[in-house]
Design a protein. Sequence first.
Length: 363
Amino acid sequence: MKPSVNILLSGGGTGGHIYPAVAIANELKARHPEAEFLFVGANGRMEMEKIPQLGYKIEGLNISGIQRSLTLKNLSFPFKLLQSLYRAGKILRKFRPNVVIGTGGYASGPTLYMASLKNIPSLIQEQNSYPGITNKLLAKKAEKICVAYDGLEKYFPKEKMIKTGNPVRQDLLDIESKRAEGLAHFGLDPKKTTIAVIGGSLGAKRINETIAQHLEALLDKGLQVLWQTGKLYIDRFEPLGKKEGVVMRAFIQRMDLFYTAADVLISRAGAGTISELCIVGKPVLFIPSPNVAEDHQTKNALSVVNEDAALMIKESELESFEEVLLGIVGDPEKRKDLSENIKKLALPDATRKIADEVEKIVK
């Protein structure tokens, strides 16, 4: 790579788009300490807070998505889009990146589109089994598209694609050595089995409601619950967080300690989360979100379940939740098998492979 290089990354809206971008930036920074990095996000979204906390500069665009239903917000979308394209152009002129990396989210569309108009090479990192409309459109101009699933030739030019897996935070690669630290960090009892609940950075309404409904039964069984509600739901469920045996957080800053403290995980099935869970290697019960394009979370989860590497309950079948969960908790052999099988699906070198592709672009 060139001795001095500027790398611009755009991704946000949820942790699933933010943390892959951060993982790629961290890998490139370790290889090229002299490189300059800049993130572009959407004003008012979580990346504007999280990225500076992780030590990187970020610029914001006034952009939001199109609502699926007919709303007044959709009327302002064309104006916000034009404003964001202009702002993205200004950022690119000032920073003069050698490469632009997009990991999805509202801001990556205008940023990568303006980069293509200025002939700045770009790389797209598509996390999901079903790509969003923005990445489908941007793929035509991208130099390289890094994917995590097979069968994406339907959406992207085959000659530009490389299967790398999804980037994960490097601090997840050796979590077992942090077990005592994780339990202490959250104030958990080392003698009790920990059920860890994660619904994504914004939270999952039905998962939260299900945990609330069955919480007393779980505590009565001598279990403890480490519960990430998401920032949208913390106020509603916070009173339950005061119960003995419950540790509640809106957002988890140290996911490595969260995962290592867990004995059994309850999770949505976003692509980035699944990639992390494969590396972490803990027993998982997936509750996929049905409110996503092409029901891709169910497809993501099934890719793991079909390898006997996790269990899944659909939201429409949550009446069996307690029975299924306690079945995992009460069967050490089952837990061991699930752990071993999910580890076989891990692609721990994804970040390194994507960084290799970036280096090929910026020769």
